[in-house]
Design a protein around this ligand. Sequence first.
Ligand code: CAA
Length: 380
Amino acid sequence: MMLAEQYKEIRDMVKKFSDSEVAPLAQKIDHEGHLPKEIIGKLAENGFLGSYVPEEYGGAGMDYMSYALIVEEISRNCASTGVFVSAHTSLGIWPILNFGTEAQKKKYLPKMAAGEWIGCFCLSEPNAGSDAGSLTTFAEDKGDHWEINGVKNWITNGKEAGVCIVFAKTKKTPDYKGISAFIVETSTPGFSIIKEEDKLGIRGSSTCQLAFDKVKVPKDALLGEPEKGFRIAMATLDGGRIGIASQALGIAQGAFDYAIRYTKQRVQFGAPLSDLQGIQFMLADMSTKIGASRLLIYHASSLKDAELPYSKESAQAKLMASESAMWVTTKAIQLCGGNGYTKEYPVERYFRDAKITEIYEGTSEVQRMVIASNELKAVH
Ligand code: CAA
């Protein structure tokens, strides 16, 4: 699948930004465990925090394919910065853009596109991960407002967020049927960060446990229809999974590029490693997995842009890209040998960053459930 000219221009523009602004900070972001404020400002200035928000709401008016390219190119140098963009855009902005009222869109989208309010997505809980429908956070109808109580886990951008998309039951059902979605501002009394996780990878991205303790929100904080929140969560994750697939692709491409350069300059047995057929075979397999991931991502993105069903395809893209990223980064360390295992070289960071892509926004097992369920429904 060839990229149309317009996308090549977008890719070149993001590539330049990523190589000049993100790459020099990537090791520091990993070591220090947070994103510098300047980088968030520069992401916003370049339109990367509101890429597919229409211009009338202050965004860059691009499409989903462009967004996928942005996440890939940024993640090629820094996966923490990549997921910051991805979670904010596809999990924070998209549900408001698609399910919000005109008033909600006008209130939130311009500030989110400008990076003044960062978005996060509060679905998972201590006892509700893959089984998202079993969540227990509750929003009680108090007549003139809602009162939300519960704890949310593994929330990307939890520390930076100004706006949370919160899934809470408004009817006490054991399954997904009682779930509604809300837009909650983090300045609301009763919202707090319980803890920030200390993680293996994406160390510059915040992952928080959040408390909602008698959080009082207005009636119009409800997003979409009551008790239709699970559909909003699932539809949002369909798009989010393209973002994480793009992050995984960027990680794999970054590790691969580094390994290629390394094998060309590393001399053993009197010649560069890249002269050895055993090494070339490894590079060929890495390249093929990266190519297959890229095609699945472009395919899912183009279906989404064409407003065609893409749930199965986004799960396939995420499954392929995340498992490929884990495989490619493992090989990248192998190719760099002892050096690759040290923190002086960036491949160990790519390896640590790759692992999460097989877990968040649905584990590889959840992607397989989504793919299989779509296939089983399609054939009679
Ligand atoms: N779009 C819209 N609606 C959908 C849908 C989709 N893609 N998939 C399912 N639904 C709807 C169904 O139509 C059904 O609704 P109705 O009864 O009204 O028709 C409802 O959702 C339930 O469907 P299922 O019976 O298929 O759902 P399930 O309970 O069997 O769950 C699952 C399926 C795929 C396992 C789902 O629970 C799931 O995706 N789990 C993983 C959750 C996940 O990805 N969590 C990650 C959280 S976010 C994160 O990690 C990052 C962060 O920053 C926090």
